[in-house]
Design a protein around this ligand. Structure first.
Ligand SMILES: *[C@@H]1O[C@H](CO)[C@@H](O)[C@H](O)[C@H]1NC(C)=O
Length: 191
C-alpha cells in the first residue's frame, strides 16, 4: 500500500487530518500570543508593529495602570484622576516616544519618575495641579523636544530642572501658571 493510498483511504484518515488541523490551530494561537500586547482594562490598544499605542482616555484611572506593555511607543492617559506619578509607572519604557497626561489631577511627581524614558520626545502634563518643578523631576529625559506644562499652579521651577534636555528641547509651554517671575536662569541655558 503506498503512502497516499494510506493517507486518503485508510481508516486512520480522519485521525491524521484532525491531528494536522490541531497542530495548525496551536501554531496560530502561539504566534498570536507572542505578538499580542497586554491591554489594560477599558483602554484601547493598537499594535502597529513594531510600535504599540495605548489609549486610556476618560477611564476613571486613579493611577497609571501597572499592566502597560513595556514596548509601548505612545501612551495617552488624558482626562483621568491620576494624582501621583511613581518611578515604577514608567520603568523600562525605553521605547516610549509620546506620553500624554493632560487633564488629570497630578500634584506629585516622584523623583526620577521618568528616568527610563530615554527616547521620549513629547511630554504633556498640562491641566494638572503641579506647584513646583525640582531638579529630580525630569531626570533622564535626554531626548525631550516638547514639554507642555500649561494650566498648572507652578510657582517655582528649580534652575537645574531642565538640564537633561537643554540640547534637544524645541518647545516649552509654561503658560497659565502662578509664576511670579520668568525663570530666566533656567530658560537661558536652553539651546
Ligand atoms: C524592569 O527591568 C528590570 C530588569 O530587567 C526588572 O528587574 C524589573 O522588574 C522591570 N520592571 C518593570 C516594572 O517592568
Amino acid at each position: 500500500m503506498d503512502f497516499f493510498f494510506f493517507l486518503f483511504f485508510s481508516p486512520f484518515r480522519s485521525v491524521i487530518f484532525l491531528t494536522m488541523e490541531r497542530l495548525v490551530i496551536y501554531l496560530l494561537v502561539i504566534s498570536t500570543a507572542v505578538k499580542a500586547m497586554m491591554c489594560p482594562k477599558r483602554c484601547m490598544c493598537q499594535n502597529l508593529s513594531p510600535s504599540f499605542t495605548i489609549l486610556c482616555t476618560k477611564t476613571g484611572l486613579l493611577f497609571v495602570p501597572p499592566s502597560i506593555d513595556r514596548r509601548t511607543a505612545e501612551l495617552r492617559l488624558m482626562d483621568n484622576f491620576i494624582t501621583t506619578l511613581r518611578r515604577k509607572d514608567f520603568a523600562n519604557m525605553t521605547n516610549l516616544i509620546h506620553l500624554t497626561l493632560s487633564r488629570n489631577t497630578i500634584s506629585q511627581i516622584m523623583p526620577y519618575a521618568f528616568f527610563d524614558l530615554k527616547g521620549l520626545h513629547a511630554l504633556h502634563l498640562d491641566s494638572n495641579r503641579l506647584t513646583y518643578i525640582n531638579e529630580d523631576h525630569f531626570k533622564g529625559l535626554i531626548n525631550l523636544r516638547h514639554l507642555i506644562l500649561s494650566n498648572n499652579q507652578l510657582n517655582y521651577i528649580s534652575p537645574g530642572s531642565l538640564d537633561d534636555f537643554i540640547e534637544t528641547i524645541e518647545d516649552l509651554d509654561l503658560s497659565y501658571n502662578n509664576l511670579v517671575n520668568v525663570p530666566w536662569e533656567t530658560i537661558a541655558k536652553l539651546s
